[in-house]
Design a protein around this ligand. Structure first.
Ligand SMILES: [Zn+2]
Ligand SMILES: [Zn+2]
Length: 343
């Protein structure tokens, strides 16, 4: 009896739910199509008075097996591929972060609005990495800016995934900007003699750097950075060679808050935070890159400043913490509390 009453009640409720002034809605419920697209690739935080916007250029399967290297027990011996020599350890480090190989790697860039200057640090791959990437401009627009508004483009180094976005298909993306990068990187990557002497897998990097910088050099808008220098008030370039000869990091500071935009200090966080001795075959000087990583990680833990990283999972903003072995990455806590913009 109770069961019959329940069924009657349910039927009455359904009839009520579908009763509309012009009659019942036809009982056809098509499944909503899946969208298969991601949210726009920007994420914002405030750093003192500066507005920092992380911009995603794209994600792509990272060739971890091919590029990660490590030192042999004999320090004089050349470095070997991590996955070839110690595959189980590499896979177990990835598994601890619930990641398969290859991992999906992010390419991030960072837009700093100081209130007086609009500064983009790194520019993504432009047209050099295919369809996966080169989405920086659309994400910059989605974030409320136009490429013409950018005053300065500061490059951490001249690898394709950092410089390519300044001139996709050879056309200037930031027509009103001055472009800067470490002088040692410009000297190295713009030299035909260095290209000839470099291993074949690097030749595309030379071509990419040359093509991307050309329109800016032609218009006298490329300025090599000589050493540690303040580029605009609150943004300081610091030489951090190793990954490339002129690799630079940029210290951004406002009202006592500090962010270090550190380019390619870390490529694969799941492995290199735990074991900073792991290098990549794209390092110009692997031992120097390792020493620079270890020193910057120790500094980041000691001074607790923010990090903005090119290849840590988007938005690549967070802090470095100590860990029983190596270090740990503490991603930024998501927030919509950014305060009221000044008029
Ligand atoms: Zn690089
Ligand atoms: Zn990179």
């Amino acid at each position: 009896m109770i069961r019959q009453a329940t069924i009657l009640c349910a039927a009455a409720a359904l009839a009520f739910a579908f009763a509309v002034p012009n009659g019942p809605i036809p009982a056809v419920f098509a499944a909503a199509p899946q969208q298969r697209s991601q949210a726009p690739g920007f994420y914002r935080m405030m750093l003192g008075d500066f507005e920092v916007t992380a911009l995603l250029d794209g994600t792509h399967p990272s060739p971890d097996e091919e590029v990660l290297t490590h030192a042999a027990p004999d320090p004089a011996a050349p470095r070997t591929r991590l996955f070839a020599e110690d595959r189980d350890r590499a896979l177990s480090l990835l598994a601890a972060a619930d990641l398969p190989a290859p991992t999906e790697g992010s390419i991030n860039a960072f837009l700093i609005n100081t209130g007086k200057r609009l500064v983009l640090i790194d520019s993504g791959a432009g047209s050099l990495y295919g369809d996966c990437c080169g989405h920086l401009i659309e994400n910059l627009r989605a974030a409320g800016y136009q490429p013409e508004q950018v005053d300065e483009v500061l490059l951490t180094h001249l690898h394709a995934d950092h410089v390519g976005g300044i001139a996709p298909h050879g056309r200037m993306a930031f027509p009103n900007a001055v472009v800067r990068a470490g002088k040692a990187d410009a000297t190295y990557w713009l030299s035909a003699a260095n290209e000839q002497a470099a291993p074949a897998f690097l030749h595309g990097m030379f071509e990419g750097a040359r093509a991307a910088l050309k329109p800016y050099i032609d218009q006298n808008k490329f300025r090599p950075i000589e050493g540690d220098e303040e580029i605009v008030p609150g943004i300081m370039a610091r030489s951090a060679p190793g990954h490339t000869p002129g690799h630079s990091v940029y210290a951004v500071e406002s009202k006592g808050q500090k962010l270090l935009v550190w380019g390619d200090v870390i490529h694969l966080g799941a492995i290199q935070f735990l074991d900073p001795s792991v290098t990549v075959k794209y390092d110009s000087d692997e031992a120097k890159a390792q020493a620079m990583r270890e020193s910057l990680l120790a500094e980041a833990v000691r001074d607790r400043f923010w990090i903005a990283a090119a290849h840590i999972s988007f938005p690549g903003l967070g802090h470095v913490g100590p860990a029983p072995i190596g270090f740990t990455w503490i991603p930024a806590n998501y927030t919509t509390q950014l305060g009221t913009p000044s008029p």
